[in-house]
Design a protein around this ligand. Structure first.
Ligand code: SAM
Length: 274
């Protein structure tokens, strides 16, 4: 039986499995991490394409099935646990040493997509690509450009750490059971360094979050409500003028470069506390 609470929608279309693996650009010199192997359909394909595979599964009931399905592969190791709780850096060192490059390839449990992706990105794991099946709507938010309705703090965070690209849209019919939403495979090519110079990453993300706090409000109002509580409005207007950002714009029109300029200048002028 399937555990809906664990986001168990298993992929049954070999073609799609194949296409997902192809997106990750694996070779026998590289390694793969799978999150949520389920009954092991994608895992098997990863075992064939990569040198080493580590698959992390939370549901204990699936472990004997996985052990059975994956017994022909001596390069796949299944780890039992919650990916959000595990020390991934340590596991990579322990289970995936000696591989040239590493990618995450998974059909993610949708109820925890964002926390999983943010953990993978923020921990700065040594990854080449993250290729994951997620809800189509979340994929579109991740890849969204400034000024579009899907653009938000998730877009900025993902694009700060990676170059995202929606690789394919996937119909619900390729899963058992069928999910209620459309799906997409997104490929995040991990950046060596952020695309902008940010003096304090924590301040940068605080600026981003407060700029998007209320989408109907102007940038100035959102900043005054969330970030510059102790600062005079005039000082903030002056700073925005000095860095060439109109205070009446809305947060969702700012590029990553503009958020960085705002964060760096707010910090420099002592308007944002560290
Ligand atoms: N990879 C399989 C496939 O493509 O058919 C299954 C994908 S299914 C969408 C998601 C899988 O993630 C399930 O096997 C579920 O038990 C597992 N899972 C859910 N939450 C998890 C977590 N926090 N950590 C690790 N695995 C999790």
């Amino acid at each position: 039986s399937f555990k809906k609470s664990l986001g168990q929608n298993f992929l049954v279309d070999t073609n799609i499995l194949h296409n997902i693996v192809a997106e990750a650009d694996l070779t026998k010199e590289k390694g793969a991490i799978e999150i949520g192997p389920g009954i092991g359909a994608l895992t098997e394909q990863l075992g064939r394409a990569a040198g080493k595979v580590m698959a992390i599964e939370i549901d204990q009931r699936l472990l004997p099935i996985l052990q059975d399905t994956l017994s022909p592969y001596d390069n796949i190791e299944v780890v039992h646990g919650d990916v959000l709780e595990l020390d991934l850096k340590a596991l990579i060192q322990e289970k995936l040493s000696g591989v040239e490059k590493l990618s995450v390839v998974a059909n993610l449990p949708y109820y925890v997509t964002t926390p999983i992706l943010m953990k993978l990105l923020e921990e700065r794991l040594p990854l080449e690509n993250i290729v994951v099946m997620i809800q189509k709507e979340v994929a579109e938010r991740i890849a969204a450009k400034p000024g579009t309705k899907d653009y938000g703090s998730l877009s900025v965070a993902a694009q700060f750490y990676a170059e995202p690209e929606v690789a394919m849209i996937v119909p619900a019919s390729v899963f058992i059971p069928r999910p209620n939403v459309d799906s997409a495979v997104i490929r995040l090519k991990i950046r060596d360094r952020p695309p902008v110079d940010v003096d304090d990453q924590d301040v940068f993300f605080r600026v981003v979050r407060s700029s998007f706090a209320q989408r109907r409000k102007t940038l100035l109002n959102n900043l005054m409500n969330g970030l510059f509580l102790k600062t005079q409005k005039d000082e903030v207007i002056q700073m925005l003028a000095d860095i060439g950002i109109e205070p009446t714009r809305r947060g969702e029109t700012l590029s990553i470069e503009e958020f960085a300029r705002l964060a760096n200048e707010g910090l420099r002028r002592g308007l944002i506390g560290q």
